[in-house]
Design a binder for this molecule. Sequence first.
Ligand SMILES: Cc1cc2nc3c(=O)[nH]c(=O)nc-3n(C[C@H](O)[C@H](O)[C@H](O)COP(=O)(O)O)c2cc1C
Length: 159
Amino acid sequence: MASVKEEVSKAQKYLAHGVYVISTAHEGRLNGLTAAWVARASFVPPLITASIGKTRFSHGMILDSGVFAVSILGPEDIELGRHFGLKTGRKTDKFEGIDYETKVTGSPVLKNCIAWLDCKVVSFHDAGDHTIFIGEVLDGGVNRDGAAPLIYDRDSFFG
Ligand SMILES: Cc1cc2nc3c(=O)[nH]c(=O)nc-3n(C[C@H](O)[C@H](O)[C@H](O)COP(=O)(O)O)c2cc1C
């Protein structure tokens, strides 16, 4: 694998991201992962992008289900960010013991997240070791109006 110039990696860390749990449901199985690489992409229709690593268990599940939900986390939700982001759901059910509800696509949404978006995949694009999923937002809602979202800081998760 080609190496990335150290200064390029360092510069990229200054791109600001929130922290989200991306979740899906397929054939009775639920899974979710923490993701920072999520962005708005279009006003009308409302589209968002999520960049998911090809090795993630969630990657295949989203390809299979064609749907995903985004739960937007606040600073007080950092433990949820760790829960969904530091282990795979390949052999365990990360939703066991977690409060969630399902919306229009059937993807689980974290119960007290700041806000949520429920999406169907309208296209996906190869992006190196990740795939960019473009989701059309079919429904969304706010649970904690005015709350500040959690801004991704590498040291809080991996330090
Ligand atoms: C704060 C944080 C942000 C992350 N952002 C992403 C991301 O944008 N895309 C991604 O594919 N993985 C991201 N990850 C890694 C996945 O959450 C992690 O590999 C997870 O264990 C995958 O779970 P799964 O195998 O059940 O899908 C992030 C992890 C953390 C802690």
